[in-house]
Structure formats: structure tokens, C-alpha cells
Ligand binder design. Structure first.
Ligand code: UGA
Length: 434
């Protein structure tokens, strides 16, 4: 099939590449000419495991091409996928200007039947708005479909190639036929392709992200109780996760969720509820808990050093909002670093892939280390923010040798409590004994 993907962010580029991989002809469009030129030279613009080989192979096959020319891409394609940003507006609602302006531009370019697909996370009713925006200019028949994306950064290729489900919001029989064919290579069992109306598809995406965020905030609150009551959140997680109704995933207490999706989508859902005159109490609480979790973690560090905090050297392991990405959007590390800098702390940091992005944001306000041990040189404490694999089983003897003080604040519960006690660390983690 001939497909245009408008927007080459995470969702757009992974979608385009994975659709090309199963034999479709995909043209990716972006307004950023520099980025397009780089992609034409087979350079992936961000870090995502497993993407590069598929990306390069499909460019070489000419099944994946790039352009800044929207009209050309629309003309060539039956399916036009909008994967554009929907950043939060000042009031927390999703800003639809990228999506709607593109829809308006596409209208007059349509010269035969087309299927326009919303892949961005958009509030309920956006499919109708896109339809209106196109209809005011279009002279030919078209359909607008809501097809939200559920891929996770870090495992995006696998999530796209083997989706837990694909949601297609459409009432058009013609579209259902095309999408059944389009997604057939990714389906192990046909029932994971779920058709519904556009509005239900739109809100399904928010429901999924808000539910997962709720699981995380629930566990973070539970961790707070465990700390006071002398229980261990990791035991509790194992104890409840084995119940299939609860499930093992997304039960990890930590320093709160970050990234480009959960914070924005949970807020937008709360905003939608307010706009229609109601409120969504659970979602409001999820946001509050999430923010409080970072503050509580920061307080642990501040209280430990109390009056002696100023001038201390604190090392950071991990900066990205989660492992296997260089993405720093809404990363708890940035909050912690800024607050500690304001207290006069010296920060030295290491992350396996997010160093360049961090340097772009923080410049010389902090120091950057070449590896996970160099960062510990003379440190008064180590703060663990991202659970990269290479932090899970480190050389503790070397750590002890390098650090000035054996102090660890672990926001991801990476280590065994007894082991840390044996090694003589002051080890402060989440929802467990100190
Ligand atoms: C999330 C969803 O998982 C995807 O399904 C969705 O498609 C995507 O948002 C989106 O809307 O585009 P992502 O933001 O890439 O994906 O990352 P997650 O793996 O979901 O992690 C989000 C945050 O939750 C991270 O900060 C992570 O550290 C935190 N988290 C996750 C926890 O604190 N505890 C957990 O148990 C799991």
C-alpha cells in the first residue's frame, strides 16, 4: 500500500519504518528540512534500539523515503497518517494546531479517495474536527480514522511489530477492509484488531495511559506507607502482581513517571473532564502523587545532609526518563538536578545515551563523566534516577574505592537490602527500610 506519514517524531518514524518493513511504500514528511536531509542519508534522528537496521534496510530498498513536500506525499498515497505533536497548552488541554493546520493544508491536495489517520494522541472529537478542516477544501471523498498508537519508547519497534492490540476508530466498511489488510502482517490472532467508533478510539488511548499512570501512582503511595510501617514495597509488588487480575507490569514504585506521554495525557484527560463540567478525581490524585513522589525523594537527600548540603558533590546515575532512550522530556532527573543546584550542590552525571541531550539543556551548570565509575570520583553521594541495565549489577568494590562516602539514594530499587548492609552503604531506596 502507498502510505504517507506526516511528522517524523518517535511515533511517526517508528510507524513509517515498521510499515515499510512489511512491504508498503512509505513516504515520511517533515517540515524540518535539515532533519529530512539527515534521514535521507540514513541517519536516525533519535536513539531507539532496533530501529536503525530496519530504517537503513528500507531506505536501501526505496520502500522508505523522506520529503518536505506534503502535496507530493499526499498525491502518491492512499493512506495519510498524521503523527504530529499535540503538546499541552497553558491550561493543560492538548494543543491541536499542528494537527488541524496540516488537515487544512491537506484538503485542497486531495485528488482522489484518501484515508486520513490520526495517530497522535488527541482529545475526543478531534476526528470530527479534522474531517471538518479537510471538508471545507476537499472536492473528493475521504475518510478520517482514529488509530492511536500504544508503542513505548525503548521497545517501540517490538511494540509496533507485535502489538498487544490495534485500535481502529472508524465506521466505514471500506476503511475496515483496508486496515484489516494493512495490519494483517502484525497480527498473530485477528481478534487483536479492534474496530470501534472514532470517539471511543480517541478516549481509549487516554484511558490506557491514565490507567497505567494510576498503577504507578498507587504503588508510589503504597511505598510511602511501607516506609512508615516497616514493610517492603518490593515484597508487596511480588505479592500482588502474581494475581492475573492485577498483573505484574507497571507496579514498580520509583520517583514518579516522566516522559512525553503520561504527564501530558493524564493532564489532558483531567482537563477534558473539567471542560465538560465534571472532574475525574482519581486522575487528579494520580498527578498530585506523581509530583509529590519527586519531592519526597529530593527531601530524602536534603534531609540526610541537612545543614551540610551546600558544596557537597553528588553523582547521578541516569538522566533519561527511562532506560533505552535519550529522551529527557519530563525526566525526574532534571527536577532533582535543578533543585540540588539551587541548594549549592555540585552535580556530576552519567547516562549511557542521554549525555548529549543533557548537555544541550544544562550546559556547564553540571559536570559530565565518561563512565559510570568516573562519575563517582570523590562523591559524597550517588543518586540513581534511571534503571539502565549496567547499573543493576555494578562493581561495588570499585564504587567504594571511588566514592568519598558510601551513600546511595536509589530511586529505582535496584539493589538487595542485605547486600547493601553487608557492604556498609547508607542505602535509601523507595518503600523499603533504610
Ligand atoms: C507510554 C505507554 O506505556 C505507551 O503504551 C504509550 O504508547 C506511550 O506512553 C505514548 O502515549 O506514546 P512511554 O512514555 O514510552 O510509553 O514509557 P513507559 O514505559 O510507559 O514509562 C513511562 C514512565 O513510567 C517512565 O517514567 C517510567 O519510569 C515510569 N514507570 C513505568 C514507573 O515508574 N513504574 C513502572 O512500573 C512502570
Amino acid at each position: 500500500m502507498k502510505i504517507a506519514v506526516i511528522g517524523t517524531g518517535y511515533v511517526g518514524l517508528v510507524t513509517g519504518t515498521c510499515l515499510a518493513e512489511t512491504g508498503n511504500n512509505v513516504i515520511c514528511v517533515d517540515i524540518d528540512a535539515e532533519k529530512v536531509a539527515k534521514m535521507q542519508q540514513s541517519i536516525v534522528p533519535f536513539y531507539e534500539p532496533d530501529l536503525e537496521s530496519l530504517f537503513k534496510r528500507n531506505i536501501a530498498n526505496r520502500t522508505l523515503t523522506f520529503t518536505t513536500n506534503l502535496a507530493e506525499a499526499v498525491k502518491e498515497s492512499l493512506i495519510i497518517i498524521l503523527a504530529l505533536p499535540t503538546p499541552p497548552s497553558e491550561d493543560g488541554s492538548a494543543d491541536l494546531s499542528y494537527v488541524l493546520n496540516t488537515a487544512k493544508a491537506i484538503g485542497p491536495m486531495i485528488d482522489e479517495y484518501k484515508i486520513i489517520v490520526n495517530k497522535s494522541t488527541v482529545p475526543v472529537g478531534t476526528a470530527d474536527k479534522v474531517r471538518e478542516a479537510i471538508a471545507s477544501f476537499a472536492r473528493y471523498e475521504f475518510d478520517v480514522v482514529s488509530n492511536p498508537e500504544f508503542l513505548r519508547e525503548g521497545v517501540a519497534v517490538n511494540d509496533f511489530m507485535k502489538p498487544s492490540r490495534v485500535i481502529v476508530g472508524t465506521r466505514s466498511e471500506k476503511v475496515k477492509k483496508v486496515f484489516t489488510e494493512l495490519y494483517a502482517p502484525y497480527m498473530r490472532q485477528g481478534e487483536r484488531l479492534i474496530f470501534m467508533d472514532e470517539r471511543s478510539a480517541e478516549i481509549t488511548k487516554y484511558a490506557a495511559n491514565a490507567f497505567l499512570a494510576t498503577k504507578i501512582s498507587f504503588m508510589n503511595e503504597m511505598a510511602g506507607l511501607c516506609e512508615i510501617l516497616g514493610a517492603d514495597i518490593e515484597q508487596v509488588r511480588r505479592g500482588i502482581g502474581t494475581d492475573d487480575r492485577i498483573g505484574k507490569q507497571f507496579l514498580y514504585a520509583g520517583i514518579g513517571y516522566g516522559g512525553s506521554c503520561f504527564p501530558k495525557d493524564v493532564q489532558a484527560l483531567a482537563r477534558t473532564a473539567t471542560e465538560i463540567g465534571g472532574d475525574f478525581k482519581i486522575v487528579d490524585a494520580v498527578m498530585k502523587t506523581n509530583y509529590a513522589q519527586r519531592e519526597k525523594f529530593l527531601d530524602k537527600v536534603i534531609n540526610y545532609f541537612s545543614a551540610d548540603l551546600k558544596g557537597k558533590k553528588i553523582a547521578f546515575w541516569g538522566l533519561a526518563f527511562k532506560p533505552e532512550t535519550d529522551d529527557l522530556r519530563e525526566a525526574p532527573s532534571l527536577y532533582l538536578i535543578n533543585e540540588l543546584l539551587a541548594e549549592g550542590v555540585k552535580i556530576i552525571a552519567y547516562d549511557p545515551v542521554a549525555m548529549e541531550n543533557t548537555e544541550r539543556l544544562l550546559g556547564d551548570r553540571i559536570t559530565y563523566a565518561k563512565n559510570q565509575y568516573e562519575v563517582l570520583e570523590d562523591a559524597d553521594a550517588l543518586v540513581i534516577v534511571t534503571e539502565w541495565k549496567n547499573f543493576r549489577n555494578p562493581d561495588f568494590d570499585l564504587m567504594i574505592e571511588k566514592m568519598k562516602k558510601k551513600v546511595i539514594f536509589d530511586g529505582r530499587n535496584l539493589y538487595n537490602l542485605e547486600r547493601m548492609q553487608e557492604l556498609g552503604f547508607y542505602y535509601n531506596s523507595i518503600g523499603r527500610d533504610i
